[in-house]
Design a binder for this molecule. Structure first.
Ligand code: NAP
Length: 351
């Protein structure tokens, strides 16, 4: 990763102790296949003056997410590509340190989409104040953030869990998966099976997140392991992985089963050549496979946060986080979330 700095760094008494520059991570080059540190640069830039209606946020936590890999490519998608030589973006939370808005006071904590930088000048209208009395700030990027909402929407709407169901969840030790397993139990699932990479993660599924069975997909024979865990098949599958996981899950699904197509991380760095699911089997078993984007559930975000904060407080949902320290570590954290370096939500602490 290259590093560029601006001449006028630092804070001065003349500007009330406010910072004059902010460091940000920019896209330096587009990867072919797996990204590396060379695809990012750390750049220091002046912070622009606030105009009416704007606030200055000191970011304290930022999220790195697998979908960001797709934004490194220059191709049409549901979300615009990152631009070369410009800051990346993504979910972050921070403290308001200056305000020219009557709506957002200095000292408030807000969530927004200008991550990958230390400070952000934002229109007050695009930030969401967060209630830090509900839970620690970082939870608003995880269990109380979009990954939690994704898990909830997937299992209550996209592939609805009914009491007594057998539920299978992939990437189960990650942010969406670990919360999803616990929500499935709260919804009355009789058996929740998770798949994750390696024995440490499968142990965590059983000991920490309350899964009934755990599969180490890296040990091989995914179909055999799933058949052993669910001899009578599964009713619901939350797919974060695609490829072989999706094929094996559809093979194991019972009539009228439901699949939430949440992600396909096994293919994010390019084609894996994995065979897709047997759609004729899906047809004859009247299985539904439904895609989802969490953005469609933003109208219920507030309602979800209230419910999930109570679940966090009463222990229905337990979380773990993998935290990288400092903006310069953000690319490493992002590369790590793609390769499984995280358990629970992958986060970068900025201050
Ligand atoms: P995460 O699960 O915390 O992190 C990704 C995990 O994927 C890694 O920790 C790794 O765990 C696993 N993984 C990587 N390559 C894999 C492979 N080839 N096969 C199996 N597992 C693999 O990430 P997240 O933020 O919670 O996202 C999970 C999925 O949900 C992603 O596919 C993401 O794109 C999707 N998502 C979708 C929406 C939506 O709106 N549709 C919203 C949020 C997230 P292991 O060590 O276990 O391999």
């Amino acid at each position: 990763m290259s590093v560029q700095t601006d001449q006028a760094a630092g804070t001065t008494p003349e500007n009330g102790g406010l910072p004059r520059t902010s460091r940000e991570i920019q896209l330096a080059a587009r990867p072919t296949g797996a990204p590396t540190a060379e695809h990012f640069s750390l750049v220091e830039k002046p912070i622009q003056e606030l105009t009416d209606g704007q606030i200055l946020v000191r970011n304290t936590w930022m999220s790195v997410d697998p979908y960001m890999r797709g934004r490194m490519d220059d191709r049409p998608s549901y979300i615009a590509p990152f631009q070369l030589g410009e800051a990346l973006e993504g979910s972050a939370v921070g403290e308001v340190i200056a305000s020219k808005s009557a709506d957002i006071a200095v000292g408030s904590t807000v969530s927004h989409f200008a991550g990958w930088r230390e400070y952000a000048v934002l229109d007050a209208a695009v930030v969401t104040p967060i209630d830090t009395s509900l839970a620690a700030t970082h939870h608003f990027l995880g269990a109380l953030g979009t990954t939690g909402l994704t898990a909830y929407a997937a299992l209550t709407d996209v592939a609805r869990v009914n009491p007594g169901d057998t539920v299978f969840i992939s990437a189960a030790a990650g942010a969406v998966g670990s919360v999803a397993g616990q929500i499935a139990k709260a919804l009355g699932a009789a058996k929740v099976i998770g798949s994750a990479g390696g024995p440490a993660k499968t142990r965590l599924l059983l000991d920490e997140f309350g899964f009934d069975a755990a599969i180490d997909y890296r040990a091989g024979d995914l179909a055999g392991q799933l058949a052993a865990a669910a001899p009578d098949g599964i009713d619901v599958y939350l797919d974060s992985v695609g490829g072989e996981h999706l094929r094996v899950a559809v093979d194991a699904i019972r009539p009228k089963g439901r699949v939430a197509l949440v992600g396909a991380i096994s293919g994010y760095n390019g084609g894996t050549g994995a065979t897709g699911p047997d759609l004729y089997k899906a047809a004859t078993r009247e299985v539904s496979l439904r895609g989802m984007l969490v953005n469609s559930y933003f109208p219920i975000f507030g309602e979800y946060v209230g419910k999930a904060a109570a679940w966090l407080a009463d222990g229905t949902i337990r979380t773990t986080e993998t935290v990288y320290e400092g903006l310069e570590q953000a690319p490493a954290a992002f590369l790590g979330v793609l390769s499984g370096a995280n358990t629970g939500k992958m986060l970068v602490r900025l201050g």
